[in-house]
Ligand binder design. Structure first.
Ligand SMILES: *Cc1c(COP(=O)(O)O)cnc(C)c1O
Length: 363
């Protein structure tokens, strides 16, 4: 069986380094907010090209914290793509804000920049872009709109660590960005982890306090905060893996290019990368009207695939209030997408077998 993602093999490459750093943390008895956290955040900010990075508990918290720090709440609207992972929407509604769902571009699966302006009202506070599947959104028009209507741009960068738009990295394309280090992400730890990046000092200190019970000084609470921290062990693992991230993304890119050149089956639609460096191929998503049959066929041939995602947020039971919305592009995507195996440890032979198997599929 070719696994969708072989996490054991991915992390085995760093086993000795991880064990050494784990032992050092264990022996230090400093488990939270110590040197590992400080160093990783410094290195991650340098990597993204931002002034600041703050470690936090997970990707959902990163986004929630940004929205809270901006003071957005009840009555405020946040524009967001309709075809995202549920966490993006939860970050908005958990702050009491209203998500305004916008259709994606069918070629890139990122928010369609030409469908944003019609959704802007007096209540709009921010555009929350999602660099979905690993591809940086087309930002030019979004920057223009944010300037024209004085909106914040928040990035959900959970799937796109290291991707570029023009000469800037994801995480540095808006006012603030949320990252996830969930194990399966391009930069993943051995549990939960997340980060916020930004260039604004005031915002940085505010999210930092909110993530720490609302305090800068112990037992002095100036905000109604939460507890969301990146622990020392996870920070150490991330600091090790960050050194290899560009290299790993390059390996994903090589596989993606192989797939793009060699999969020739008229029943399968391949993904589209706007520019080479814009995409870090968190997932390689193909489309077919007979998606379920394709998935069953691949399973029978020993190839594991995943659907990102089977149900769009507005059709989830948790968001019944949006179920009547008509979002045909989003709904088509959720009916047709299928993610093929791709990772820094997928072998050439495996990739070739996947290509051959797809080319032999009779829809
Ligand atoms: C993974 C993910 C998140 C949430 O990250 P967690 O660390 O699991 O909370 C948010 N948005 C997107 C697009 C994601 O893929």
């Amino acid at each position: 069986m070719i696994k969708f993602l072989d996490l054991l093999a991915i992390n085995a490459r760093f086993k000795n380094e991880i064990t050494a750093r784990f032992n050092a943390v264990n022996d230090s008895a400093r488990y939270l907010l110590g040197d590992e956290n400080t160093n990783f955040c410094k290195h991650f900010a340098e990597f993204c090209g931002t002034n600041y990075a703050l470690g936090c508990g997970n990707g959902l918290d990163a986004l929630r914290l940004i929205i809270q720090a901006y003071g957005f709440g009840k009555g405020d609207e946040i524009i967001v793509p309709a075809n995202t992972y549920i966490a993006t929407i939860l970050a908005i509604t958990q702050n009491g804000c209203t998500p305004v769902l916008v259709e994606p571009d069918i070629d890139t699966y990122c928010i369609d920049p030409n469908r944003i302006e019609e959704k802007i009202t007096e209540k709009t506070k921010a555009i929350l872009v999602v660099h979905l599947y690993g591809q940086a959104c087309d930002m030019e028009k979004i920057w223009e709109l944010a300037k024209k209507y004085r909106l914040k741009i928040i990035e959900d960068s959970a799937q796109a660590h290291g991707a570029y738009y023009q000469n800037k990295r994801v995480g540095n394309l808006g006012d603030a960005s949320g990252f996830s280090f969930y194990p399966g992400k391009n930069l993943g730890c051995l549990g939960d982890g997340g980060a916020i990046t930004c260039n604004d000092e005031e915002l940085y200190f505010k999210v930092k306090a909110i993530a720490n019970y609302g305090s800068h000084i112990k037992y002095h609470n100036i905000y109604k905060g939460i507890n969301s921290r990146l622990d020392e062990i996870q920070a150490a693992v991330l600091d090790i893996k960050l050194q290899y991230l560009d290299e790993d993304n390059e390996k994903r890119r090589a596989i993606a290019e192989k797939y793009l050149h060699s999969i020739h089956n008229p029943a399968i639609t391949l993904p589209h990368a706007r520019e080479k460096n814009a995409h870090v191929w968190h997932v390689f998503v193909v489309r077919s009207p007979k998606r379920d049959e394709l998935q069953a066929y691949l399973k029978e041939k020993g190839i594991e695939t995943i659907i990102h995602y089977p149900i769009p947020p507005h059709k989830q039971e948790a968001y019944k209030e949006y179920s009547a919305l008509s979002l045909p592009v989003t709904e088509k995507i959720h009916r047709e997408v299928l993610s093929l195996p791709i990772s820094p440890v997928l072998s050439e032979n495996e990739a070739e077998f996947i290509i051959e198997t797809l080319n032999n599929w009779k829809a």
